[in-house]
Design a protein around this ligand. Structure first.
Ligand code: MG
Ligand code: ZN
Length: 279
């Protein structure tokens, strides 16, 4: 399927995890998440970085490792989905850049659905319970997954992480699960976590060009919630151009314009989100 994690410079890198549930680590002292190495300047970090980006030197071996990782991920994703199906829970994997307003939209969502739909949320963040706390007390079950806590600080959620987070939820007492992924426009799109549908939140402050720059993400979703529409009068955001760019990579994506801040348009998002529950 060719689902490798490619950098803009053409190198391939793998997603390994240090967690006890997921031991695809290559030899090397003190390994962290693969992306974490890029942010370090110490010698060890540099060695890890060179290791990551020397991928083509051992191309076949690396590809085999990646295939193993994806195969294991997809196996666990299928198990997650089976558990959700058995409990009658519909799951949506919600992705975006950091700061696009996923949590704000979810706060609106929980407030609107409280009392009618039993919602569970897996809150994925590298660090902090901040977003999980923000969604507390709104009638939903919340399961926090910090990837910095045993998963190498990964910048995405994968099926093993979601499997762990699911243990913190009573699925029989839920109708809808929203997985709020780690804020990142790249690798979250590459991991099936056991969801039924994928959606993303996109803020108009991010410009019109991102569907072309991050096509894997935009291609993976069936809905794009275009957020922060209340800021439109203050920006030069060209909606027609954005829609044309999106159509170029994903002609089937539904576009839902909202302002999580004011609540405008949120009804259409709720309709998309809950549509499978009616049947
Ligand atoms: Mg958030
Ligand atoms: Zn990642």
């Amino acid at each position: 399927m060719g689902r490798f994690h490619r950098h803009d410079d053409g190198t391939v890198h793998s997603h390994d995890h240090d967690g006890p549930d997921h031991a695809h680590t290559e030899p090397g002292p003190g390994r962290r998440g693969r992306h974490a190495a890029a942010a370090t300047t110490d010698a060890q970090g540099l060695a890890e970085l060179i290791g990551d980006h020397g991928g083509y030197k051992t191309g076949r071996e690396r590809i085999e490792i990646l295939q193993d990782i994806y195969a294991e991920n997809d196996e666990l994703a299928a198990a997650n989905r089976a558990a959700l199906d058995a409990a009658g829970v519909h799951a949506v994997n919600l992705m975006s850049s950091p700061g696009s307003g996923k949590t704000a939209l979810l706060a609106r969502t929980l407030a609107a659905l409280e009392g009618s739909v039993r919602v569970a949320v897996i809150e994925g963040d590298i660090e902090t319970p901040l977003d999980a706390e923000r969604l507390g007390g709104m009638g939903a079950q919340i399961s926090l997954l910090n990837t910095g806590d045993g998963f190498g600080g990964e910048c995405h959620l994968d099926a093993p992480m979601v499997a762990q987070a699911l243990r913190g939820l009573d699925l029989d007492a839920a109708d809808l699960l929203v997985v709020e992924n780690v804020g990142n426009l790249v690798c979250p799109a590459e991991f099936d976590v056991g969801e039924h549908r994928k959606a993303m939140v996109y803020a108009i402050t991010e410009g019109e060009d991102k569907p072309l720059k991050y096509p894997v993400m935009f291609r993976s979703v069936s809905a794009v919630v275009v957020n922060k529409m209340d800021l439109a009068p203050h920006l030069d955001f060209d909606m027609d151009l954005f829609r044309a760019n999106l159509t170029a990579v994903n002609p089937d994506a539904q576009v839902i314009e909202v302002s999580a801040r004011t609540g405008d348009g949120v009804e259409a998002w709720l309709a998309w989100l809950t549509a499978p529950l009616a049947s």
